[in-house]
Design a binder for this molecule. Structure first.
Ligand code: NAG
Length: 304
């Protein structure tokens, strides 16, 4: 009995010892476990994560980058004239292909006019920046017509309207129908037109159109310059200098020498002639009036 008891006791002590050593072998202390196997496994996980991110990134680039089917806001914010010089993929993605086709048509028309020695249709528009009818006419008739048939027309904008002027020393002092802000806006457009003269009529027209679209037409200069891609600084400098003052005086003289005298804005003169009929046709469909007046080969822009 005693032996059995002793045996059982010894057996039990052995068992406890055995279990303790077994536990040590098979499930070591957590710190030992991390030390032994943790670091390689951790690195592997980080590596897998990086790999997954790279694959996702490449997939994103493939679908949205190389297929160029997504609207890249920053790129597409560039002026249309600049975008049109880039590859077709970009032009399509920014949805300016119609504008770019119009620009190239303008160039073809202008070249054809030169080659056939056909004078451009001279359209002079006398207007003022804060007048609602002027804004409407430029937005709905002048700018769209120019985009379509800009190659066969000499669009000449005269932002002065019903303003008056008086000389004060070497400067002219202008008084405008809608107040000093309108005078400021008029001179800004005069300067923009003058600075683009002989370079890019599209830029001047786009700039003027942008200002007219704005609710704050007289104050929209800086943002419109940025939008259409003209430098604002020279326009601003001109508009506050005596150079701008003199340019505006020329606009005043052109307006004051109209025959018949201007009694409405916008006032339209085609090839030097203003009649009520010309005015009505221009207000209804300026593009058609330009196309009907032009003597050279008909522009595709007249029918598209
Ligand atoms: C456009 O008309 C102006 C007169 O307003 C003239 O001085 C200029 O030479 C004309 N430009 C072209 C390209 O016909």
């Amino acid at each position: 009995m005693t032996k059995v008891h002793t045996d059982a006791f010894i057996d039990r002590a052995d068992f406890v010892h055995f279990m303790a050593s077994h536990r040590r072998q098979n499930s070591p202390h957590p710190l030992k476990f991390w030390k032994a196997t943790g670091r390689p496994r951790y690195l592997l996980e980080v590596f897998s994560l990086l790999l997954a991110i790279s694959i996702l990134f490449l997939a994103y680039r493939y679908y949205f980058g190389s297929l160029a089917d997504v609207f890249d806001e920053k790129l597409c914010a560039k002026p249309v004239t600049e975008l049109c010089l880039l590859e077709q993929q970009v032009i399509d993605a920014c949805r300016v292909s119609a504008n770019c086709e119009a620009l190239s048509q303008q160039k073809k028309d202008a070249a054809a006019a030169k080659q056939t020695d056909t004078p451009l249709v001279l359209v002079e528009v006398f207007y003022e920046v804060l007048c609602r009818d002027s804004k409407e006419f430029i937005i709905e008739q002048v700018f769209p017509a120019f985009q379509k048939v800009g190659g066969i027309v000499n669009m000449s904008l005269v932002p002065y309207g019903k303003a008056t002027e008086r000389q004060d020393g070497n400067e002219y002092v202008f008084t405008c129908q809608h107040g000093p802000n309108e005078c400021k806006g008029n001179i800004i457009q005069t300067c923009a037109i003058s600075l683009c003269e002989g370079k890019d009529r599209n830029l001047a027209l786009s700039f003027v159109n942008c200002m007219m679209v704005s609710h704050d037409s007289a104050g929209a200069g800086p943002s419109c310059a940025k939008d259409v891609g003209v430098e604002w600084a020279p326009i601003e400098t001109c508009s506050t200098s005596s150079a701008g003052n003199k340019l505006q005086h020329i606009m005043a003289q052109r307006t004051d020498s109209l025959k018949p005298k201007l009694n409405w804005v916008p006032w339209v003169v085609v090839n030097g002639v203003h009649t009520q009929d010309i005015q009505d046709q221009a207000t209804n469909d300026l593009r058609k009036l330009i196309c009907d007046t032009y003597k050279g080969p008909r522009s595709p822009g007249c029918d598209s």
